[in-house]
Design a protein around this ligand. Structure first.
Ligand code: NAD
Ligand code: MG
Length: 390
């Protein structure tokens, strides 16, 4: 029996994780759950899964949750804030941490899990984008296990040899092929992208996800962040990570070997597959995902991404090639820009322009501690906010 802390349990990944956990009460027990502000949903999850601890974003939310839990006669410790998230991530009583908070807000708790040597199921890709070197170092130093939840990276993980050492040449690998659906605007006329609404941008053709990652998919910044994520997870240089547009989202990514073999992982687009894979690794458990019906899918197609249409993808490659803190700056500017777009303060095409301007404006460099990275994150956010205000 293993105990799990789910950071971000009310989100899209959090809910899918609980769905898989509920199918295997003989294997998994919930130690802690966390939500930022959706207290009602968290209370309902607490009633079903009976965690020992529940964490929320503020004192007011904690009070509200206490009240709801008392009404249901549930005795669960309620805490709030970033420190509390770190405590459920590094608690001795927890074996597995699902890192499913969105954005930089998930960084500290993911690092805490790494420093405590936990088995980490990583959905929070932004943590790797911001602090890839530091996080990978912490994982290695403290004997943690980092398993990718992002469907592409989980697919790659499944196509790699079991003794993989984060060195592509050592295993005869020449490229990582990262598939991308292309999002809702793959074929929409570029000139009309100025008029895109938040509702159109979050309506992903293949995946149901949180709002931030849905907008990232529409700009393809999501794929850009995933290129950086793949770099850190698999020790792959930018030139050996190739993005392939594959609108059906059936192949979740591929690994190309020097003998000409290409290994792919296929499945229906449902995050419960990578979640179940990482939860049980190296075992296999049922996830509730319907079996793949290839005859019904009938066709799989592939094209190259158009960087004119998706400038965010190029910005992410630029940040990866430049190294140092530029990826953290890119990520911070993107978080601010996406939020501003969702609040209708800026248009869709302003997202990439804003990120490019912030990346140009802020000096970046090699960074070896988390404090400096967070400082750079703050400077980038302030610059992005100032540009939006002006
Ligand atoms: P979501 O918006 O649905 O959920 C986010 C969760 O984080 C919620 O539980 C929320 O309460 C919590 N949260 C938000 N802001 C917070 C803050 N400031 N402090 C603490 N908690 C906070 O997002 P999601 O779609 O589940 O995505 C979560 C992460 O997983 C993201 O990093 C995303 O890129 C990644 N991911 C998601 C999918 C997917 O299919 N949804 C796929 C791959 C990767
Ligand atoms: Mg993905």
């Amino acid at each position: 029996m293993q105990s799990i802390s789910i950071l971000g349990s009310t989100g899209s990944i959090g809910v899918s994780t609980l769905d898989v956990v509920a199918r295997h009460p003989d294997r998994y027990r919930v130690y802690a759950l966390s939500a930022h502000s959706r207290v009602d949903e968290l209370a309902a999850q607490c009633a079903q899964f009976r965690p020992e601890v529940a964490v929320v974003g503020s004192a007011a939310a904690a009070q509200q949750l206490q009240k709801l839990l008392q009404e249901r006669g549930l005795r669960i410790e309620v805490t709030y804030g970033e420190q509390a998230l770190c405590r459920i991530a590094d608690a001795e009583r927890c074996d597995i941490v699902m890192a499913a908070i969105v954005g930089a807000a998930g960084l500290a708790s993911t690092l805490a899990a790494a420093r405590a040597g936990k088995k980490i199921l990583l959905a929070n890709k932004e943590a790797l984008v911001i602090s890839g070197q530091l996080l990978m170092d912490a994982v290695a130093r403290h004997g943690a296990t980092l398993l990718p939840i992002d469907s592409e990276h989980n697919a790659i993980f499944q196509c790699l040899p079991h003794d993989f050492t984060r060195s592509l040449p050592q295993h005869g690998i020449d490229r990582i092929l990262l598939t991308a659906s292309g999002g809702p605007f793959l074929t929409r006329e570029v000139a009309s992208l100025d008029d895109v609404t938040p509702e159109e941008a979050v309506a992903h053709p293949k995946w149901v996800m949180g709002r931030k990652i849905s907008v990232d998919s529409a700009t393809m910044m999501n794929k850009g962040l995933e290129v950086i994520e793949a770099h850190w997870l698999f020790g792959a240089p930018a030139d050996q990570i190739e993005v392939v547009i594959h609108p059906q989202s059936v192949i979740h990514s591929m690994v190309s070997y020097v003998d000409g073999s290409v290994l792919a992982q296929l499945g229906n687009p449902d995050m419960r597959t990578p979640i179940a894979n990482a939860l049980a690794y190296p075992d296999r458990i049922a996830s509730g995902v319907a079996p793949l019906n290839l005859a019904q899918i009938a066709q799989l197609s592939f094209t190259q991404p158009d960087l004119q249409r998706f400038p965010c993808l190029k910005l992410a490659y630029d940040a990866l090639r430049a190294g140092g803190s530029l990826a953290a700056i890119l990520n911070a500017a993107n978080e601010v820009a996406v939020q501003a777009f969702l609040e209708r303060k800026i248009g869709f095409r302003m997202i990439d322009q804003l990120i490019a301007r912030v990346m140009d404006a802020i000096p970046y460099g090699a960074v070896s501690d988390i404090e400096t990275l967070l400082e750079q994150d703050g400077i980038a956010r302030a610059k992005a906010e100032a540009l939006i205000a002006s």
